[in-house]
Design a protein around this ligand. Structure first.
Ligand code: IPE
Ligand code: IPE
Ligand code: MG
Length: 250
């Protein structure tokens, strides 16, 4: 018999839970198309998977969860789909903000907010403000996010600061540069999950994924549940993270 989610949960070592989990939530469109539904229906059902995952992360004590919700490349999609995604985002934020605040979760945004439609931007700002006091965990939503764009924005800031005499170029190290990225102050992801079967990073967290453990699954995002997540964490706990060094006994 297949182990249940609770069986899997009981096998997780509570002292080695990933601090930061990042997720490329892919496969909504195919999930819908295979059912003869509109792609937007896949995105809508995918919100349920977000809710389940936020809950499961709370259960395990994950400190940071980063969700790739809309990439800088996703603007290439039909206008109707982009508009539908923005509407779903606003709905999710409106409904979820009280629950996040209640659970002491702070919402943060990665990406260029200025590029979002005004109504979506307003909802995002409101949700970020309403949850600003959250101390228990951070939920990062990557919106209009691209890893290259983020690194480039940080580089432009560094150059400007140097030109203004506020930053000594000779002292610019990895730690200072990381502090200019959208993830400033957060640990790098320990675990990256990508659903939907593609084996690529699609411009996600290019700087921060340097030593992240990757976990890919063909499961479409709307079908991703607590059991899949616990499997990913259990797999992660089997990995030997060497960070370029050797292990005792090697
Ligand atoms: C991921 O699902 C959600 C976003 C990119 C916003 P997709 O919409 O990419 O689903 P597929 O990959 O076409 O199935
Ligand atoms: C990655 O999925 C972006 C998000 C999940 C928001 P895509 O569906 O856009 O990625 P590609 O096009 O397959 O690389
Ligand atoms: Mg996709």
């Amino acid at each position: 018999m297949n182990p249940t989610a609770d069986d899997l949960r009981s096998r997780i070592n509570p002292s080695a839970v990933p601090r930061h989990v990042a997720v490329i939530m892919d496969g909504n469109g195919r999930w819908a198309q295979e059912r003869g539904l509109d792609r937007l229906e896949g995105h809508r059902v995918g919100i349920g998977s977000i809710r389940r995952l936020v809950e499961a992360c709370r259960e395990l004590g994950v400190e940071v969860l980063t969700l790739y919700a809309f990439s800088t490349e996703n603007w290439k999609r039909p206008r109707r789909e982009v508009r539908g995604l923005m509407r779903l985002l606003a709905e999710y934020l409106r409904e979820e903000t009280p629950r996040l605040a209640e659970h002491d979760v702070r919402l943060r945004v990665l990406g260029d907010l200025e590029g979002l439609p005004v109504s979506a931007r307003r909802e995002v700002r409101r949700a970020v403000q309403a949850t600003a006091a959250g101390r228990r965990a951070t939920l990062n939503l990557a919106l209009n996010y691209g890893g290259r764009a983020e690194i480039l924005r940080a580089a432009v800031t560094a150059v400007r600061e140097a030109a203004a005499g506020r930053l000594d170029p000779a002292s610019l190290d990895e730690q200072t540069f990381a502090g200019l990225l959208d993830t400033a102050g957060l640990p790098d992801p320990d675990l990256l999950i990508r659903t939907g079967g593609e084996i690529r990073v699609s411009n996600f967290l290019l700087w921060q994924l340097a030593y992240t453990e990757f976990w890919f699954t063909p499961v479409y995002w709307p079908d991703f549940d607590r059991e899949h997540f616990f499997r990913a964490v259990l797999d992660y706990q089997q990995r030997r993270r060497r960070f370029g060094a050797l292990e005792p006994g090697d």
